[in-house]
Design a protein around this ligand. Structure first.
Ligand SMILES: [Mg+2]
Length: 96
């Protein structure tokens, strides 16, 4: 269930503005990740802030497209697939 404040933000500022904010916040997080990984910058506080921003905007995206349940189901399936791949990886990379 979407946070009521975030639902209100979507209703107040509208689909177009909020979906553009999703993209904007994702690009801010990408930038901080790149600084951290590529330039070894100590920017964990920026990563925390931008991760929170992205999560806030993803909640609004799910509300906007009414896809919260489907995303949850898909995510559960993907996690199962990752687990299978990890199990395969472990089996193939065990020290002999
Ligand atoms: Mg931001």
């Amino acid at each position: 269930m979407v946070n009521p404040v975030l639902k209100r933000a979507l209703e107040t500022w509208g689909e177009q503005a909020q979906m553009m904010m999703v993209v904007e916040e994702m690009s801010e997080l990408m930038k901080e990740i790149l600084k951290n990984v590529n330039r070894h910058k100590e920017n964990i506080n920026q990563i925390i802030e931008e991760t929170a921003d992205v999560e806030i905007m993803l909640e609004q995206l799910k509300e906007n497209y009414h896809i919260e349940e489907k995303v949850k189901d898909y995510k559960a399936e993907k996690i199962k697939m990752i687990e299978q791949r990890l199990n395969e990886w472990d089996k193939n990379n065990k020290a002999v």
